[in-house]
Design a binder for this molecule. Structure first.
Ligand SMILES: *[C@@H]1O[C@H](CO)[C@@H](O)[C@H](O)[C@H]1NC(C)=O
Ligand SMILES: *[C@@H]1O[C@H](CO)[C@@H](O)[C@H](O)[C@H]1NC(C)=O
Ligand SMILES: *[C@@H]1O[C@H](CO)[C@@H](O)[C@H](O)[C@H]1NC(C)=O
Length: 313
């Protein structure tokens, strides 16, 4: 296993006192029902659709489709793309806002980055103040990726709300797209008065413990919409940036224990509740950066559309 430079540098530079006090609650993990699994099997298809270039390049007014065949339920629904975004910003944030009349829902989906492999070895994790709560800090790259597109998205969302005031709002993404989705959901709940269901597949950590707890409490205490944060076996990405670097995760965690490329059954999704963030994916140990197969498989091959002549950088 190969440790990236920043890990070696950070781990050797950290005095023991800088390690966060891990006061995780050891709750009894639970599993999910087949009905809940069916909803996860559905919403991941929107995260998958955000990787398919035709959905995020100049397609407003069109219907969503996945050339890789990994969003059949989305294709079967009555959907229209309301806004697509890509290329316009230095962070290359890409995705779409769409309406799904079959499920009475608005969906904001963020594409993962083509450069996730570079990200795990080269990223410099800096904090910025997202001004969401006292003492809250967000990872600078992810927060900028959201704020660079926020004005256009909130304008489109406001227009959509005039037409579809009763529709639910889901914010979804896989990998680095899940990181942006997590912060976008937190911000839209706090500043746009939205109730947001967050579906974050394979998200890295995006927040310091204060912000992570704030986002968890948006769901559990403020009733602003549920957080569904998924990890898969030994996927290294959700284990970064490290707890030891001061980063924390939003709860709860839905840890998928099924092998790569296998159909997931309900008993293979283990739920770790609020505050219990050192088991699940974190509990598998130091991130193994060679175990990328686990990163791709979230109920299905979530990033299959990435492979169309747009290779990993
Ligand atoms: C935007 O990026 C896509 C690849 O994601 C590329 O095909 C397209 O040419 C780019 N457009 C502009 C205007 O740079
Ligand atoms: C926002 O929308 C305007 C008008 O369509 C467009 O020119 C601009 O590039 C968009 N900005 C971003 C960051 O997507
Ligand atoms: C899973 O599928 C991918 C893509 O088809 C393949 O590269 C990988 O080897 C498979 N992994 C396993 C464990 O079968």
């Amino acid at each position: 296993m190969h440790l990236p430079r920043f890990l070696v540098a950070t781990l050797s530079a950290l005095p023991c006192s800088a390690l966060p006090a891990l006061q995780a609650r050891e709750s009894t993990p639970s599993t999910i029902t087949p009905e809940t699994l069916a909803s996860f099997d559905f919403w991941v298809q929107y995260a998958a659709a955000a990787y398919c270039e035709p959905n995020y390049i100049a397609q407003a007014g069109q219907k969503l489709a996945c050339w890789a065949g990994n969003c059949p339920a989305v294709e079967a629904a009555d959907t229209t793309i309301l806004l697509d975004f890509s290329n316009a910003t230095i962070t290359d944030t890409a995705g779409f806002l769409a309406v799904d009349h079959t499920h009475s829902s608005l969906i904001l989906a963020f594409r993962g980055s083509y450069s996730v492999r570079n990200w795990v070895t080269d990223a410099t994790f800096l904090y910025t103040d997202p001004q969401l709560c006292p003492g809250c800090f967000a990872e600078l790259g992810f927060w900028s990726a959201w704020t660079n597109v926020r004005a256009n998205i909130t304008a489109a969302l406001t227009r959509a709300r005039e037409q579809y005031p009763t529709y639910s709002l889901q914010v979804v993404g896989h990998s680095l797209g899940a990181a942006i989705a997590t912060l976008a959901a937190a911000d839209l709940r706090a500043t746009a008065g939205e109730t947001v269901e967050l579906y974050a597949f394979a998200s890295p950590r995006v927040a310091n413990p204060v912000l992570a707890q704030y986002i968890t409490a948006q769901a559990t205490q403020q009733q602003k919409g549920a957080n569904y944060r998924f990890t898969h076996t030994v996927d290294p990405v959700p284990n970064l940036p490290l707890l030891a670097m001061g980063y924390s995760h939003v709860s709860p965690e839905y840890h998928i224990t099924a092998p790569d490329n296998s159909t997931v059954v309900a008993s293979q999704v283990v739920v770790y509740s609020d505050g219990d963030y050192v088991r699940g994916n974190t509990g598998v140990g130091v991130p193994d950066l060679l175990r990328f197969d686990a990163h791709h498989w979230y109920f299905e091959r979530a990033d299959a559309c990435i492979e169309s002549g747009l290779p990993w950088r």
